[in-house]
Every structure is written in structure tokens, then in C-alpha cells.
Design a protein around this ligand. Structure first.
Ligand SMILES: Cc1ncc(COP(=O)(O)O)c(C=O)c1O
Length: 447
């Protein structure tokens, strides 16, 4: 068969003439063809990319929910407010009462802490410097760790720049390599994420279900390193973990315990040391993690525990080693927060619980179904994902900001609004919120 010469490609430039023979016109012509070809190629690639993006979007499991919410105007765009103002926030010039903040003692707005922060900025500057193993560790960070160890009555402390990273570091690197993890199904997503990444064996037990936990411990009793992992207070339903019973099971099956007590420290316990202190089992907790955004009104997190468990962070825990330390202004503010907690923490705690009791009573009288009988987090069951967004939006238009929780934050069909008040809310502010809830309940009944 005779070989056919392929027809010339109209777009691809033909091979240029030998350099010496090319005239100026030849060169300009071939340059023009080359740039036309490049333009067509890049448009083709952009087109392919768009088609690919559309395909990925359509096959994403959230695509239908996102499209549906957008059509209904319920897509949860993160609302950007202009300024916090005590228990309120200023949103486009309008004051909105916040019942969504977990800054339980309003320390982010505390005048004494703000003054300390201003002085620290003058001394250290406004930002951070580096990771702790590099230039990011100042003597004020070490001072903070010492003060936190004393506050919690524990041997050793490490600070992290977020609770998420602290959980990641603990589960992936600080728990021994051969650890088998038994985790409560309602642990924070950072813990689930960490377990997935850790390549360790892990088993989930039903929320706060001690017989399910014991069943798993019994089944895997021969595992050499058993770790029970739970929250002190469950952030989605406000329940207090049964740490007293967990401590008994840990003793029985020779397991160790790690709790994330984000919402317990400061709020529970005579010494403000959290859920484990409340049950009198603080000494039996091997590791406790707490982010600073709750009882301390700041950013970052700390972990307390035995020195031998924490020291591996400096060599093994990437989420500790390869990220910036909290800035010194945060360390200074946190030291001041600890000083205030030491001085008048019990009064802050009492005020918070009085506000919680007042709000709970009123919401129950209106007829709301609160998912737990007595926690400081007040989760109201709404059920439907779309309805919960509309409900939160309705309250927002009435000047009250509450946080809707829906899938994947909670299981499908169990959408809730999480209501949290702080020690700083006044009675008249709470009464304003209660009126808005009463109005929204009528809307809910008719929708
Ligand atoms: C229980 C719990 N653990 C961990 C975290 C994560 O903390 P951070 O926001 O500091 O990463 C949160 C944050 O809301 C939380 O509620």
C-alpha cells in the first residue's frame, strides 16, 4: 500500500523553512499560525476543564442539596458581620443578638484582656513568628504552658494553633502506633478525620452508650493498647459524657482515656477543670484537649497529660511541628484570661448557668423540644435540613442569631438549632430572644 501523506493540519504550523532561507514574511506568517494554534489549544483545554468541573459538581453528593438550598435562597452563605458588640454583633449597621457564640465568658471582649492584648502588641507585634521548633517559641508561650498545667493540675501541657490540629496530632502521632481506638460516634469531626488518617484500628460506639462501649472492649480485650476517645460535652446534643462510667470500664479493661473537653472546661467542675473534674475522675484521664475559643475567648488549643505521652510531639507530630505557633499577643491574653478565671471564674460560671436555666425554662414553656434535659448547650430539634435553615433565617430577621446544624454535621432528619448563651447576656437581651422564639414557633407550627 502506498503511504499517503497526511493532509496539512490547518492549525498546526508547518515546520519552518530553514532559517537561512526564510524571508521576513515567512517568519511573520509562521509566528501568526503558531499563536493561533496556541489560542485554539488553550480554549480547548479550558473547555475540557469546564466540562470536567460540571461533571464533578453534578456527581458530588452535596450537589442536589446545594442546588436545592440555593434555589430556595437558603444556602448558608457565611454571614460576615461588621463588629462584635458584647453579646450582640453589628450586621450591616443593625444589632443582632448572638445566641451562637461559644465564647462562654465573653473573654474576647473583656476590657482587662483587651488592655493586656494592646500592651502585648506594643511589645511583641501583631502577628506570629514561626513554628515552635523554629523561631516561634517565646518565653511567654512557655509561661502559658506552665500556667495551664497548674490550672488543670496536670504534669505536662502543649499548646497548638487549633483544636482541629491538636486532635489530629494526638490521634495520628501521640497515641502509640499499636493503639486500638474506641470512639464515641458523636466525637467532633476532627477526631473522626484523625482516626481515618491514622491508619490505626478504630471502632465507633453509639453516643454515650456504655453497654455498646463495653461490648467492643470485651470483643477486643486482647489488644495491647486500648484507648477510649470521647468528648467531655457533646457539642451537637449538649450531653455530658458519662466519664465516671467510662473510667470504670477503662479500669476493668485496662484501657486509657483521651477526652476533647472543648465545651466542658471552665463550664463544669468546682475548679473549672471540666467534665472529668465534675465527675471526680480527672486523674484517670490520660489526655485532655481543649480549644481556647470557648472558656478562654481566644484561638488555639492546649493538651494536658503525662509528659512521656506529650514529648513525642516534638519529633513525631506533624500538625504540631510544621505549623505556626499562636502569636504572643494570644499567649499574653490567655495568661490574663487564666488570671481572671483564677480570681472570679466561679462567678462567671454561676452567671452562665443562671442564664442557661432562664432560657431553657422559657423555651420549654413555648413548647420547643430540647434534645437534652440540662446541658448548657441547648439543641432544639427541628428535623428537616431545609426547615432548620429557614427557621434560623427567620430568627435572624427578628434580630437573633442561632446556629443551624444539619447534615453532615448531624445525621439526616435530625437537624437542630444550637442555642448557646454566655455569662454576658443580660435578662432583657434574653427576653428579646425569647419573644423572637415565640414568634418563630408559630411559624414552625404552620409550615
Ligand atoms: C468539640 C470540639 N473539638 C474541636 C474543635 C476544633 O477546635 P478549633 O476550632 O480550635 O480547631 C471544636 C470547634 O468547634 C469543637 O467544638
Amino acid at each position: 500500500m502506498s503511504e499517503k501523506t497526511p493532509p496539512p493540519d490547518p492549525i498546526r504550523p508547518r515546520s519552518p523553512l530553514p532559517k537561512d532561507n526564510r524571508t521576513g514574511n515567512d517568519r511573520r506568517g509562521s509566528d501568526r499560525r503558531r499563536s493561533q494554534h496556541q489560542a485554539v489549544e488553550s480554549e480547548r483545554r479550558i473547555g475540557d476543564r469546564r466540562k470536567h468541573d460540571r461533571r464533578v459538581e453534578k456527581t458530588s453528593p452535596y450537589h442536589n442539596l446545594v442546588r436545592f438550598l440555593k434555589e430556595k435562597g437558603l444556602y448558608p452563605h457565611e454571614k460576615a458581620y461588621d463588629q462584635p458588640d458584647g453579646a450582640e454583633v453589628v450586621f450591616r449597621g443593625k444589632s443582632i443578638l448572638s445566641l451562637a457564640s461559644v465564647d462562654y465568658f465573653n473573654f474576647a471582649q473583656n476590657p482587662e484582656i483587651k488592655k493586656t492584648a494592646c500592651e502585648a502588641i506594643r511589645k511583641y507585634g501583631a502577628g506570629g513568628f514561626s513554628s515552635r521548633l523554629s523561631m516561634g517559641n517565646l518565653s511567654i508561650h512557655m509561661e502559658l504552658e506552665g500556667a495551664l498545667a497548674e490550672f488543670m493540675g496536670k504534669e505536662s501541657v502543649l499548646i497548638f494553633n487549633s483544636g482541629y490540629l491538636a486532635n489530629l496530632a494526638l490521634i495520628t502521632s501521640l497515641l502509640p502506633r499499636n493503639a486500638t481506638i474506641f470512639l464515641d460516634q458523636k466525637c467532633h469531626l476532627s477526631i473522626h478525620h484523625a482516626c481515618l488518617m491514622s491508619q490505626k484500628k478504630y471502632f465507633r460506639f453509639s453516643n454515650n452508650d456504655m453497654s455498646d462501649l463495653e461490648r467492643l472492649l470485651q470483643k477486643h480485650r486482647d489488644e495491647p493498647e486500648k484507648w477510649i476517645v470521647t468528648l467531655g460535652v457533646f457539642s451537637s446534643n449538649g450531653l455530658l459524657a458519662k466519664l465516671d462510667e467510662i473510667a470504670v470500664l477503662a479500669r476493668k479493661y485496662k484501657a486509657r482515656i483521651f477526652i476533647d473537653d472543648a465545651h466542658g472546661i471552665g463550664v463544669y467542675g468546682d475548679r473549672l477543670r471540666g467534665a472529668a473534674d465534675h465527675f471526680g475522675v480527672l486523674d484517670e484521664m490520660d489526655l485532655i484537649m481543649c480549644p481556647f475559643q470557648m472558656a478562654f475567648g481566644n484561638i488555639g488549643a492546649f493538651v494536658v497529660g503525662k509528659r512521656y505521652l506529650l514529648q513525642a510531639a516534638h519529633t513525631d507530630a506533624w500538625p504540631y511541628m510544621f505549623t505556626y505557633n499562636i502569636p504572643p499577643v494570644s499567649a499574653a491574653s490567655l495568661l490574663k484570661a487564666l488570671e481572671i478565671l483564677g480570681r472570679e471564674g466561679r462567678e462567671y460560671q454561676k452567671k452562665l448557668w443562671e442564664n442557661v436555666a432562664y432560657l431553657r425554662r422559657a423555651l420549654t414553656e413555648i413548647g420547643y423540644k430540647i434534645l437534652n434535659p440540662n446541658g448548657h448547650i441547648i439543641p432544639i430539634l427541628i428535623g428537616d435540613d431545609v426547615k432548620v435553615c429557614a427557621f434560623a433565617q427567620r430568627l435572624f430577621h427578628q434580630g437573633v442569631w442561632v446556629q443551624p446544624f444539619y447534615y453532615p454535621a448531624v445525621p439526616k432528619g435530625q437537624a437542630t438549632v444550637r442555642v448557646t448563651c454566655t455569662a454576658g447576656h443580660t435578662r432583657s437581651e434574653l427576653d428579646h430572644a425569647i419573644r423572637a422564639f415565640a414568634d418563630a414557633s408559630l411559624w414552625l407550627a404552620n409550615s
